[in-house]
Design a protein around this ligand. Structure first.
Ligand SMILES: Nc1nc2c(ncn2[C@@H]2O[C@H](COP(=O)(O)OP(=O)(O)OP(=O)(O)O)[C@@H](O)[C@H]2O)c(=O)[nH]1
Length: 212
């Protein structure tokens, strides 16, 4: 009997407009929409992947970055296995806000202070395709922030031209598996059973669902 893929819930958070939906859509559908609309609430997509010989069903949750949708997105942080903190390289404020996003995630995912240091966060700087004179983020600042937060992996992506988009999710899986192994936890949240119920397909076809 073949082993069931392991389901991993990955939540994308960050300021509105940094490209969270675009990253998810590029990864799942291979497409990019230059006119992408703001997300209202949350959406999720699933994709089956084999990484390092193990099968995973990646459940990617794309959340609305705009402040007015806070109450719609935060209930979906619970049960997350990994959190992708996303900024845009041409928007310095979106990077500076990552601390706020991280704290919002830890609070609403109900991760204990003990576990918050071991939780797998991944830092993604999107829109790396923009002209170099538009880039507002100093790489050293990002690397220092990641280092000071316990060594978060940092990847620069472009949903527009696909740079590092697949690598981002492979890194998310590897980081999650490694951190869970080291901490001896099957999952960091004991609230997974309280998550809103969703039905997941483990077939080859990917699914898209709007939650609210
Ligand atoms: N140049 C460039 N533009 C991008 C990239 N990714 C997204 N965009 C554009 O940035 C805008 C916002 O993208 P979204 O994916 O909707 O951003 P979001 O973070 O999901 O925004 P919210 O849903 O409001 O949280 C859209 O016009 C996208 O086409 C990228 O990698 N490069």
């Amino acid at each position: 009997m073949s082993k069931q893929p392991r389901v991993l819930k990955v939540v994308l958070i960050g300021d509105g407009g940094v490209g969270k939906s675009s990253i998810m859509n590029r990864f799942i559908t291979g497409e990019f929409d230059a006119q992408s609309y703001h997300t209202i609430g949350v959406e999720f997509l699933t994709k089956n992947m084999t990484v390092d010989g193990e099968q995973y069903t990646l459940q990617i949750w794309d959340t609305a970055g705009q402040e007015r949708f806070k109450s719609l997105r935060t209930p979906f942080y619970r049960g997350a296995d990994c959190c992708v903190l996303t900024y845009a390289v041409n928007d310095a404020q979106s990077f500076h806000n990552l601390e706020i996003w991280k704290n919002e995630f830890i609070y609403y995912a109900d991760i204990s202070p003990d576990h918050s240091k071991k939780f797998p966060f991944l830092i993604v700087g999107n829109k790396v395709d923009v002209d170099s004179n538009e880039i507002e983020i100093n790489q050293t600042d990002v690397e220092n922030w990641c280092k000071n937060n316990g060594g978060y992996p940092h990847i620069e992506t472009s949903a527009k031209d696909s740079t590092n988009v697949e690598r981002c999710f492979i890194t998310a899986i590897r980081k999650t598996v490694t951190m869970q192994l080291h901490s001896g936890e099957a999952s960091f949240s004991n609230l997974a059973s309280e998550m809103p119920t969703v039905s997941l397909s483990t077939k080859n076809s990917d699914s898209k669902n709007k939650c609210c």
